[in-house]
Design a protein around this ligand. Structure first.
Ligand code: ADP
Ligand code: ZN
Ligand code: ZN
Length: 730
């Protein structure tokens, strides 16, 4: 029982570093936990102020004369603020870091909010006249064209959506108003624009899924497994409509990259003003205003990336995580929380239900369906009539080399591209590299250097060794392929999309080629601009990284080529097969979204690999069964939990000895539980920006043991020589 508590009075203050120490009265000691809401005397004010405990200690840090006791710690009856603080506490417990870090994630600092009048853009002409006006636009006026199209379908649209997602400048709007095409009107805040509800009739599978969710008790977690285009979004819309009708609110997480104009308009058309969108490009002030509107009950549905999870809805009924397997749901900064895990945490706190939707559920998620923790719902076919899954074909690149074709485009793919260009259909070519160089593979036979103990790829280090960054295994880099003796046994470089663009342009000189990767999409607008260009048929071939395979509807795409499926298989991480399967399956999902049947060609050196095979046959279950057997045999998540502790310091020797000490501390804490402690060994990136990195792994079947190992490490860190530690659970 700690004698004193550090209390933070105002959690929305722009800086959180000011705490005040209070005495913990004996009768409240049992309730004095980190994160607990408290009432404390403050300043000269008579009325106690509201605060939260963020630290506990036995050390008096203020003048004893000035110390005052906590007035009260209410028994748990949580307001929305309290429950978000409680969520921050749970996040900190699970993922490490300080409560401040976690609070900042959950409760952003207060911002100046201007009260902006609510405005709408309304069409002033008929839909037909608008269509005629759209005809007269030049090819470059894409934003305007989208606005006209949107206004033709929906009579009025909130001004914010028009200037935000539709990317129209205020000048362009003013001009269109002058031309008499539209009017901009200010409306009362409570003047709701109702949506039209669902426009499609759900099929039997969709109805069954929606009804199962609606009938389930609170806190139920569902996995909606449906191939791309199977109508998952329609199921969400149906369920959301019902929950909102019950007077509850809904949070929908969508990866930022998939939150396109099409998606936004789909929700807007259904729910009108009840729905709001947040995204990372929004100003902090605008995001704060959105939160306040949610708190005030002005909106019922919040849609956005990860951060939308913390919308302060007072009566949250449902959380939906679309594309739940997406890696963007994991936070890259402390606390490194995962949105799926935290969505389930939040649902448990407020009795909400959860839907996790995906065409390729993460192995972690599907594992929980198998164990009965989550309930599985399946949509097995494409919803649109006539749309079928594309045919997939695997091309063995070793045979190309044997036939002296050294191009990145196989003979089969070249023929297919030629055919589509002649038919004026569109082609997507994608390179699933993940910006990572260093694994070694044989260009002649496809042999990759893997660790004999871990079955992950070895990484080439500049000192001429190949190393496993999971177990520390190393061996010398031999310059010829151990399997076929070829001299082309080389570390993979960054053979980028740019090179491929040049090559494609040379091989298909008449084709209009577009390229989308990190270089061509520095700004979010570029990203949408390229997609729009392609969607509107102003390109024949779109080349890109995995960005191009995410959730877009291109009805004219009838051929998708995965240029080198092995690239992502070679990434030295235990889940590289899963990532590869996801990418290939999603890429396949891009083809044949409409009535013209599509075709997928997967080029690979490893045609027999289960991730490649399962993606080609669109057989999720086959993939999962093999993958889970692999995870089981190696003790990787989700079969066992994996805590990763990364230490960083400028002084390599200090770091090494500190991490050795840390390993001893962690072993002492959890070895008796049977936890396996691996390392410390150099991290994948041993040195970055003059900082050295070392990593320690703790594996155990019970996540509680991993959390305990993390707690022990955190406790040790406080007394330590400034070595920075970050934690990552699974
Ligand atoms: P997913 O979210 O699973 O990729 P969507 O919900 O976006 O699938 O549906 C894919 C396409 O099929 C959309 O154009 C949608 O309007 C259409 N669609 C969905 N359900 C039905 C249905 N029951 N009847 C007709 N079309 C449907
Ligand atoms: Zn070889
Ligand atoms: Zn290894």
């Amino acid at each position: 029982m700690a004698a004193y508590a550090d209390v933070i009075i105002d959690i929305t203050a722009p800086t959180l570093d000011r705490t005040f120490q209070y005495e913990v009265p004996a009768e409240l000691a049992a309730r004095a936990v980190i994160g607990a809401p408290v009432a404390v005397p403050f300043g000269n004010g008579k009325a106690p102020r509201r605060g939260y405990i963020v630290g506990l200690s036995d050390e008096l840090k203020v003048d004893a004369q000035k110390l005052r006791p906590i007035a009260n710690i209410p028994d748990r009856d949580l307001s929305i603020e309290d429950s978000l603080v409680d969520l921050a506490r749970q996040i900190r417990e699970r993922y490490g870091g300080s409560l401040y870090d976690a609070l900042r994630v959950v409760i952003p600092s207060r911002q100046k909010v201007q009260s902006v009048p609510k405005r709408i853009v309304k069409r002033a002409v008929t839909a037909d006249e608008l269509a005629a006006a759209a005809q007269k636009l030049t090819a470059r006026e894409t934003a305007k064209a989208r606005l006209y199209k949107a206004l033709a379908e929906t009579e009025e649209i909130p001004y914010e959506l028009v200037t935000g997602k539709l990317k129209l400048t205020k000048d362009a709007l003013a001009k269109a108003e002058k031309e008499g095409i539209l009017t901009i009107e200010t409306v009362e805040n409570d003047a709701r624009t109702p949506g039209e509800g669902l426009t499609v009739t759900l099929n039997d599978e969709q109805v069954a899924a929606a009804e199962a969710v609606l009938a389930a008790p609170p806190e139920s977690v569902f996995v909606l497994h449906g191939i791309t285009g199977s109508g998952k979004t329609e199921v969400y819309l149906r369920v959301i409509g019902d929950i909102v009708a019950q007077g509850k609110q809904v949070i929908v997480l969508i990866p930022e990259i998939a939150l396109t104009y099409q998606t936004v308009m789909r929700f807007y058309r259904c729910f009108g003003d009840k729905v709001a969108f947040v995204h990372s490009k929004m100003s902090a002030g605008d995001r704060y205003r959105m939160r306040e509107r949610a708190r005030a009950g002005e909106i019922s549905i919040m849609i956005g990336p990860r951060s939308a999870l913390f919308t302060p809805f007072p009566n949250l009924g449902m959380l939906i995580v679309d594309e739940e397997h997406e890696t963007s749901y994991r936070s890259e900064s402390t606390p490194r929380y995962h949105a799926v895990t935290v969505a389930v945490m939040r649902a448990k706190m407020c009795g909400a239900k959860v839907i996790l939707g995906s065409a390729t559920p993460s192995t972690e998620t599907y594992f929980k369906c198998e164990s009965g923790e989550y309930r599985l719902l399946t949509l097995s076919k494409r919803a649109k009539e006539g749309a079928a899954l594309p045919k997939a074909e695997i091309v063995d690149l070793r045979e190309e080399i044997a036939a002296h074709n050294y191009s990145v485009i196989s003979r089969r793919l070249r023929a297919a591209i030629t055919d589509r260009l002649a038919k004026k259909e569109q082609v997507m070519l994608f390179l699933n590299r993940r910006g990572y160089a260093g694994f070694v593979s044989c260009r002649a036979c496809g042999e990759t250097a893997t660790c004999p103990h871990c079955d992950v790829s070895l990484t080439y280090h500049n000192d001429g060794t190949l190393r496993c960054h999971y177990c520390g295994y190393r061996r010398a880099y031999e310059k010829t392929c151990p399997s076929c003796g070829s001299k082309f046994y080389l570390p993979f470089g960054r053979s980028g999309t740019q090179k491929i663009e040049e090559l494609v342009a040379k091989e298909f000189p008449t084709a209009r080629v577009l390229r989308m990767d990190a270089d061509t999409t520095k700004a979010a607008e570029d990203y949408e601009a390229i997609l729009t260009e392609f969607a509107e048929g102003r390109g024949d071939i779109l080349i890109g990284t995995q960005m191009i395979v995410k959730g877009h509807d291109f009805p004219k795409v009838t051929l998708v080529g995965a240029l080198a499926a092995d690239l992502s298989l070679g990434v030295p991480e235990y889940n590289s097969a899963e990532r590869t399967f996801d990418l290939l399956a999603q890429a396949a999902g891009r083809a044949g979204r409409d009535r013209i049947p599509g075709e997928v060609i997967i080029q690979t050196y490893r045609p027999d690999h289960y991730a490649v095979q399962a993606a080609a046959t669109a057989d999720y279950r086959a993939f999962y069964d093999t993958e889970i057997a692999f995870r089981r045999s190696c003790g990787y998540p989700p079969v066992r939990h994996l805590l990763t502790i990364v230490g960083a310091d400028r002084r390599e020797a200090v770091l090494e000895s500190a991490m050795d000490d840390l390993a001893a501390v962690v072993k002492a804490a959890v070895a008796a539980d049977g936890a396996v402690v691996i390392g410390p060994s150099p991290a994948l990136l041993r040195k970055k920006k003059d900082l050295f990195y070392r990593v320690l792994y703790v594996k155990h079947g019970d996540v509680g043991v991993c959390v305990r190992a993390k707690d022990a490490a955190e406790g040790w860190m406080h007394g330590e020589r400034g070595v920075g530690l970050t934690f990552d659970v699974d």
